[in-house]
Design a binder for this molecule. Structure first.
Ligand SMILES: Cc1cc2nc3c(=O)[nH]c(=O)nc-3n(C[C@H](O)[C@H](O)[C@H](O)COP(=O)(O)OP(=O)(O)OC[C@H]3O[C@@H](n4cnc5c(N)ncnc54)[C@H](O)[C@@H]3O)c2cc1C
Length: 182
């Protein structure tokens, strides 16, 4: 408020979205693995729940540490939205690292050492040492935004705070929204 702004751009990014799976509190978040907040074990069996771009990236990182990694994705394909060339590289890397990818796999239950999931109605389970959840991101809108709006300050939301996407969308949108002010 010290700036007395006419317009505030709200570009506060996203937070992990944790799918409501029974026992999911036994899992660690992929962001905590990638940021180094959680130490990565070695020579363990690890299940990554969610085979989006971040889940696949996390799986690669874990496999680099000599872990046996399984990725469970509920959609028919993994890493949806990844650019074509990156996609080709990802497929090769996953194979080379012997990362086990299961698609159409809906995780139903998690405990500290087992992940249960169904594929086409058939139940399966993987015993593991670590479970990582990577089921997406959701926009992060801090409380201060409402306070600004309540004071009739114009707030323009963009980037992941508006809709979780990629760097290109966030930067392009930033340019256009700033340009449109004038
Ligand atoms: C693990 C991971 C890998 C990704 N890899 C790719 C990739 O390879 N290519 C790609 O295109 N996209 C990738 N993305 C998506 C990309 O990071 C985002 O789309 C992009 O960063 C969105 O930009 P943004 O400016 O909206 O948000 P962010 O880059 O998240 O920036 C938001 C910033 O706001 C800060 N902030 C939040 N609240 C406040 C507050 N109250 N006060 C002050 N500051 C605050 C945050 O700390 C953060 O620094 C990836 C995302 C993740 C999570």
């Amino acid at each position: 408020m010290a700036y007395q702004p006419d317009v505030v751009f709200e570009v506060t990014g996203s937070l992990p979205f944790i799918a409501p799976i029974k026992g999911i509190e036994n899992a660690v978040e992929s962001w905590d693995i990638l940021s180094g907040k959680v130490d990565v074990p070695q020579n363990k069996t690890i299940v990554v729940i969610g085979g989006g771009i971040v889940g696949c990236e996390t799986a690669e990182y874990l496999a680099e540490k000599e872990n046996k990694v399984h990725v469970l994705e509920m959609l028919p394909s993994i890493a949806n939205g990844l650019e074509y060339v990156n996609r080709l590289v990802l497929d090769v890397t996953l194979q080379q690292m012997k990362i086990d990818v299961v698609v159409n796999a809906s995780v139903t239950d998690v405990d500290s050492s087992k992940v249960t999931y169904t594929v086409d109605g058939a139940e399966h389970a993987i015993d593991c040492d670590l479970i990582v959840v990577s089921t997406g991101q959701k926009p992060y809108v801090p409380a201060v935004v409402k306070e600004l709006q309540d004071r009739n300050i114009r707030v323009l939301k963009l980037g992941d705070a508006e809709k979780v996407g990629k760097i290109f969308n966030a930067t392009a949108e930033g340019f256009h929204k700033a340009h449109d002010l004038f």
